[in-house]
Design a protein around this ligand. Structure first.
Ligand SMILES: NC(=O)c1ccc[n+]([C@@H]2O[C@H](COP(=O)([O-])OP(=O)(O)OC[C@H]3O[C@@H](n4cnc5c(N)ncnc54)[C@H](O)[C@@H]3O)[C@@H](O)[C@H]2O)c1
Length: 384
């Protein structure tokens, strides 16, 4: 994707993902990294040196982000910081007039993510959450197969792996649900073309687990189409591991499609079922983060098109699946997603310090309806 206008980009977070983003942006004609923010000065300067772009400015304090944007004339912020920093980085970027593309999750909590939705509206800027598996040709093929299955009633993901990460994941209360499950949850919404209504989740920690918190979970979601999505997963299961995307089964009126998470999905349908249509066109020829970056640039160039995928208003519904699953596991009860969304809006209102963002949040109708309407309107809706 080449941008007609040169995009001047500040990258916040120069860790594992930040370095990948810097290489992706630096490799895009019409986009230039002009600044890097990381609390770790060595990480920021090493990242600045890794690209052939003279005069990249470096800062180490998020309080200096507005100054970095003003000094460099940036119009885009790419946020690859840790989840706890996503809200402050994006809120400052919006107030400074920038569009934002951020790594998943949209924010640390649904309440903070709602504040960022309202910020995108108040400052009329695009905020896109890069959920890298949204730009996966096999997922698009799974969606295309689904179009000939009739009513989609059952979707299941089995995810069994045994990574030894060390570090923060092994100390978290819900490492699997908090750090990993958002990817399949987001994919499930996309594959079913449906939104979550309720969840019942049980999380647990097998006796041999090397994690402090629950490394395994079984969650069932009722979707607004009537379909059921089930997630069976463990992060401490040696032997017969699934792929990193998990192993998928999609079942509708006319048959089933299996996807192993890393090769073409395989349909098993009756002879009367016509071949599936073409994979969805998401306006991005590349996959992974490059696909998300291309879709972001395309949306900035032509804001009247619907979408793009990962537009923050629609992405919040993936984050709410994570938070609701954890809340259900803690309570030992099924939970309604709408209750959680409304409580999150109350929290967001109570915590909001920016008066124009607060005003936007206060005038929303029911949160689900607001998010769905804004998600349908896409960038054009946010930019007015
Ligand atoms: N799409 C994917 O497949 C995928 C994979 C891994 C991580 N992620 C996401 O990417 C993000 C970054 O993960 P990572 O693996 O690169 O982590 P990381 O720890 O390697 O890098 C994070 C960087 O952010 C910096 N940082 C922390 N607080 C900051 C602040 N307040 N201001 C500026 N910089 C700050 C850290 O110093 C570090 O360099 C997370 O949101 C994570 O969930 C996505």
């Amino acid at each position: 994707m080449t941008s007609a206008t040169e995009r001047r980009v500040v990258v916040a977070g120069a860790g594992n993902m930040g370095r990948k983003w810097i290489a992706t942006i630096a490799g895009t004609p019409g986009a230039r990294v002009v600044g890097i923010l990381d609390v770790d000065l060595a990480a920021a300067t090493a990242a600045a040196r890794s690209i052939d772009s003279p005069g990249v400015q470096v800062r180490t304090d998020v309080a200096d982000l507005a100054d970095l944007i003003a000094t460099t004339g940036a119009d885009v912020v790419m946020d690859a910081t840790i989840p706890a920093a996503h809200h402050p980085v994006t809120a400052i970027a919006l107030r400074s007039g920038c569009a934002v593309i951020g790594e998943k999750p949209a924010a640390q909590t649904v309440a903070q993510a709602l504040s960022l939705c309202a910020g995108a509206e108040a400052y009329e800027r695009l905020v896109l959450v890069s959920q890298s598996r949204r730009y996966n040709p096999h997922v698009d093929a799974l969606v295309a197969h689904g179009t000939v299955l009739g009513d989609l009633g059952i979707l299941q993901t089995d995810f069994y792996r045994a990574p030894h990460f060390g570090g923060f994941r092994e100390e978290m209360d819900h490492p699997l649900l908090l750090d990993m499950a958002i990817h399949p949850f987001d994919t499930a919404r996309y594959v079913l073309g449906a939104e979550p209504v309720s969840v019942f989740c049980r999380s647990f920690n097998p006796s041999w687990s090397w994690y402090r918190g629950d490394a395994a979970a079984v969650a069932t979601f009722e979707m607004d189409s009537g379909a059921q999505y089930t997630y069976n997963a463990s992060w401490c299961s040696d032997g017969a591991e699934t792929s990193w995307n998990g192993s998928w089964r999609l079942n509708g009126t006319h048959g089933t499609v299996l996807w192993d998470g890393e090769s073409d999905p395989v349909p098993d349908v009756g002879p009367q079922v016509p071949p599936s249509g073409h994979a969805a066109d998401h306006g991005a020829a590349r996959s992974g983060i490059a696909g998300a970056w291309d879709a972001f640039l395309a949306a900035l160039e032509a804001p009247r098109v619907a979408g793009p995928r990962g537009h923050i208003h629609e992405n919040v519904l993936s984050l709410v699946m994570v938070e609701a699953a954890i809340a259900s596991a803690r309570a030992g009860l099924p939970l309604a997603i709408d209750d959680l969304l409304e409580r999150a809006r109350e929290r967001a209102l109570a915590d909001e310090t920016d008066p124009v963002v607060r005003e936007r949040l206060a005038c929303w109708g029911p949160v689900r309806e607001h998010l769905l309407a804004a998600g349908r309107a896409g960038v054009a809706g946010v930019l007015g």
